[in-house]
Design a binder for this molecule. Structure first.
Ligand SMILES: Cc1ncc(COP(=O)(O)O)c(C=O)c1O
Length: 385
């Protein structure tokens, strides 16, 4: 049977039961289960604010939109970001007519602090940091740079549900952190995400702007908390329809119960891979940063002749991933081409080995066996450069 890079595990009976509660109550929208899940997420992470959305992508946009509005940024102002990410990260900057300035990555595939510092200009307003695969990289240094230079820190924590740093869940140190609960992430739902602002006032604004700028949500009105004026509300801003709904939240309420257990299993698989690869110098494993208890969304390695090796995997019914192609290779971000040499080089060497809850030790052995036979075929006794 084919082995894929990702396969979600849903606790089906429990999820159906939670969804049934919504259907029986006659409430599937914003409010009710979304609030229950926001409270659970705050309790789990220790983050002060959390607002549930339909995806991480809309959360990234909302984050940039709100910071721009609140702090009076101008069109053309700059956000320093990574070329090694899913395009959502950088599109969110473009949505607001700001300019993504690409900084290079280090060998954890997260932003290099030195490169970030070198890109700061008088127009820099924020750093967009991505914890690739759940890894924190050199995040502490990035936090220090942002504080010192008085620029905002946006954390794209799409891969970081259940990542802890020095014992605390990630996200406490940024101005805003955005998580993804898309179907193959560590806390999988159908599609959804969470935006967590440090500042309660910005959280309030996020709630309003994710519901078209309306100052009262429909669940408040449905419950009749507004006296006789259920139908009455004000629209204070041009907002978006980005809020999550109770069906997505019902899924998330079940999945969060298993998050630590699932991440622990992912880490066990990663240790098995580490062990199987320890005597294979042709394969460089991406290391998890010190003090980082990673969610282990990904298990990434670097290998020369990557494309041939991936084809060899395909020929053996194994379908690994690539996270990610250097975004400056895409036409719309080509202006950054050549500015991030490490990202460009690593982008051609990255493979994400399959990592999900249905994998067993025997699968890892099989996968690494195929990787090694690919190496023997394409790399052994040949120059590695
Ligand atoms: C790094 C990164 N950022 C953002 C996203 C977007 O997340 P979502 O699918 O929830 O919009 C993803 C999803 O793949 C991602 O990997």
């Amino acid at each position: 049977m084919a082995i894929n890079v990702f396969v979600p595990t849903f606790r089906i009976d429990e999820i159906l039961q939670e969804i049934r509660i919504c259907l029986e109550k006659g409430w599937t929208g914003l409010g009710f289960k979304t609030v229950e899940f926001e409270n659970k997420w705050k309790e789990y992470t220790g983050l002060p604010n959390a607002h549930f959305l339909t995806s991480n992508t809309v959360g990234l946009h909302l984050a940039v939109h709100i910071l721009k509005k609140k702090f009076g940024w101008n069109d053309g102002d700059e956000i320093i970001t990574t070329p090694l990410t899913f395009v959502s990260t950088n599109h969110a900057i473009m949505y607001e007519n700001l300019k993504p300035i690409f900084a290079d990555v280090d060998d954890t595939l997260c932003l290099s602090p030195e490169s970030v510092e070198a890109r700061i200009t008088s127009k820099t307003r924020a750093v967009m940091y991505v914890g690739i695969g759940g890894n924190t990289g050199q995040y502490e240094k990035i936090i220090a740079i942002c504080k010192k230079r008085n620029i905002k820190l946006i954390l794209d924590a799409a891969h970081m549900s259940g990542t802890f740093f020095k014992g605390k869940h990630i996200g406490q140190e940024s101005d805003v952190s955005i998580f993804s609960y898309q179907a193959v992430k560590n806390l999988p739902t159908s599609d959804s995400g969470m935006i967590c602002f440090a500042d309660a006032e910005l959280d309030k604004l996020a709630r309003q702007l994710s519901w078209l700028g309306i100052n009262k949500d429909t669940f408040q009105r449905f419950q009749g908390k507004e006296g006789g004026y259920r139908w009455k509300y004000d629209v204070e801003n041009v907002g978006f329809k980005y809020h999550g709904n109770s069906i997505q939240a019902a899924m998330a309420l079940v999945q969060i119960k298993y998050l630590d257990e699932d991440n622990n299993y992912r880490n066990q698989l990663a240790s098995i891979y580490d062990d199987l690869l320890k005597d294979t110098p042709e394969v460089e494993v991406v290391k998890v940063a010190e003090n980082c208890q990673s969610s282990r969304h990904l298990y990434q390695v670097f290998v020369k002749k990557r494309d041939e090796i991936i084809q060899h995997f395909y020929d053996n019914d194994i379908f690994p991933g690539v996270h990610y192609i250097d975004n400056t290779e895409y036409s719309m971000y080509a202006y950054g081409s050549g500015t991030c040499p490490n990202a460009a080089r690593r982008s051609n060497e990255i493979i994400s080995l399959p990592l999900h809850l249905k994998l067993k030790k025997e699968d890892c052995i099989l996968i690494v066996g195929v990787l090694k036979s690919g190496i023997a075929k394409f790399l052994k006794n040949k120059s590695l450069v």
